[in-house]
Design a protein around this ligand. Sequence first.
Ligand code: CDP
Ligand code: CDP
Length: 220
Amino acid sequence: MQIAIDGPASSGKSTISKKIANMRGLLYLDTGAMYRVVTLAALQHKIDPSDEESVKQLLSQIKIHFETSDNGQLVFLNGENVTDTIRGNQVTNNVSAIAAQKLVREEMVKRQRDIAANHSIIMDGRDIGTVVLPDADLKVFLIATAEERANRRFKENQLRGIETDYRQLLEEIKHRDYLDSTRKESPLKKADDAIELDSTPLTIDQVVDTIVKWIDESNN
Ligand code: CDP
Ligand code: CDP
């Protein structure tokens, strides 16, 4: 069983994918975290995220692994727990430049397919339905308005005690959407055979229930 969940920033992909993974006993792979880890490694090595040659050399030195803990999934870069660091502003503001590079994408897609080869899996990202798992049993393109997505991130930050400016969040989300959907390599776009789900008016549970129903239908 392979399930692809794609969509723009903060549309709810990871929250929903994790819940469905738990309910249906699937492995969850957060492919965005992988691009974030590469971005963090570049920043740590003081490499310009758009310097393709330096990023290429760095790639072979990057080991990424995930672990499951009581607090959710942990992400490691060469054995170091970077779960929180990769969500910081510095990584978020540079990740699209790294993710636009052909060689980075080829390497990440290879690693993602290797993982998918041995597991029943739900993967979320931008190119899962179009590139990584073109034969997935179910493909969902999860969207919400930019305003609703900024609102969700704003509330999430508030809960974590992180002060953010709503307008700035909205601009950042729109900018990342633009970069991700206009890049040459594997741009963010709905696969022809994906089902689009607009989650703007929906709760997390409503989205989960809808997708679980589609999974069960695709199994029959
Ligand atoms: O959680 P959020 O939607 O903010 O982002 P993410 O899923 O962690 O992805 C971070 C960035 O990685 C995206 O803005 C894309 O530039 C890139 N990405 C990608 O290009 N392809 C994927 N399959 C997943 C993420
Ligand atoms: O992975 P992605 O960036 O697409 O989004 P996320 O990190 O899963 O979700 C962003 C925020 O929106 C989280 O705080 C979710 O709890 C929230 N969310 C929501 O309020 N309603 C939904 N229908 C989906 C997500």
